[in-house]
Design a protein around this ligand. Structure first.
Ligand code: 2RA
Length: 329
């Protein structure tokens, strides 16, 4: 199994390498791939330095799998070149997510849709992955009518420039700005750019990707995405209206039974998920599970996950594992 990591020097690429190592992914060759300007630089993997190669060289090496995290433009241009050469691409950008010919996969939810014909597979957006990990088992049991979600997103979702901006502001130093406004001591009601309908791209990803993954266009989603000065993970406050009624005990049990979800919910002990504790973990953490008494069949909860791991790298590696285990590559 020859594997290429495209975007190996980036924030998500670095975590993909870490996750491959931690999970002992069964590769025979691993290629570290990045854009032109990083060719010849080195990345560390298993305590050894490895040379970074360019995209064309990687295509020619015909890897079985390529895990892409190099931005939408690179994916649009290069994923088809890898695919045409026989490589299965798992792409972390938004380039292919809403393409009707491509599958949008969270392994615990819909990996069963994958076949060996799928040569470009899309990894969902970080905020969608953690939301769906908690919604899917509840949708199966109670049928979701409407979801209202407000996100509190880590600056790592924007990238390394945003982390530097926060560090500079924290130290009172000047530097390049990733955002139009200060992020230290602030909350920005904008993740990504605005679309024509007044919602941001991030908010529309939450809406559209949710419907695609659930395979159900009737599920209504209303999203507000907020950037906050946090690094460990994204948090989401979610209000869900179901077709059918539930008990809070059953909801806790259903979520606890779902692979990859951990319930942390004990108000008596002030137990609930927080990004500072989710950082570095692969699970999605759910707490503050409580009935919304303002209308029937409605639930409130709080969902936290490390956006760079389950929200990006881990999900991509889990897709790769599924393909290998099921002999689809
Ligand atoms: C974020 N959606 O803004 C991004 C990362 N994929 O957090």
């Amino acid at each position: 199994m020859k594997v290429a990591v495209v975007g190996a020097t980036g924030m998500v690429g670095t975590i993909i390498l870490k996750v491959l190592e931690e999970r002992n992914f069964p590769f025979t060759e691993l290629y570290f791939v990045a854009s032109e300007r990083s060719i010849g630089t080195e990345v560390t993997f298993k305590n050894r330095a490895h040379k970074v190669i360019g995209l064309q060289e990687a295509v020619d090496l015909k890897p079985d799998l390529a895990l892409f995290s190099a931005g939408g433009d690179t994916s649009l241009e290069w994923a088809p070149k890898f695919a045409e050469n026989g490589t299965t691409v798992i792409d972390n950008s938004s380039a292919w997510r809403m393409d009707k010919t491509k599958k949008l996969i969270i392994p615990e939810i819909n990996a069963g849709e994958l076949t060996s014909e799928d040569k470009i597979i899309a990894n969902p957006n970080c905020s969608t992955i953690q939301l769906l990990m908690a919604l899917k088992p509840l949708h199966d049991k109670y049928t979701i009518k409407r979801v209202v979600v407000s996100t509190y997103q880590s600056i790592t979702g924007t990238g390394v420039k945003a982390v530097q901006q926060l560090e500079n502001e924290y130290r009172g130093a000047k530097g390049e700005m990733a955002y139009a406004y200060p992020i230290h001591k602030n909350a920005l009601p904008q993740c990504d750019v605005f679309t024509e309908n007044g919602y941001t791209k991030e908010e529309m990803k939450l809406t559209n990707e949710t419907k695609k993954i659930l395979g159900d266009d009737t599920v209504l989603v209303s999203a507000t995405a907020i950037r906050i000065p946090v690094v460990g993970g994204h948090s989401e406050s979610v209000n869900i209206q179901f077709e059918n009624d539930f008990t809070e005990g059953d909801v806790r049990r259903i979520l606890s039974d779902f692979p990859g979800v951990t319930v942390q919910d004990n108000p008596e002990l002030n137990t609930y998920p927080m990004p500072i504790y989710a950082e570095g973990k692969d699970d999605v953490f759910v707490g503050r599970i409580r009935r919304d008494y303002s209308q029937p069949n409605t639930l409130n909860m709080w969902i936290v996950a490390d956006n760079l791991r389950k929200g990006a790298a881990t999900n991509a590696v889990q897709i790769a594992e599924y393909l290998v285990e099921n002999k689809l590559v």
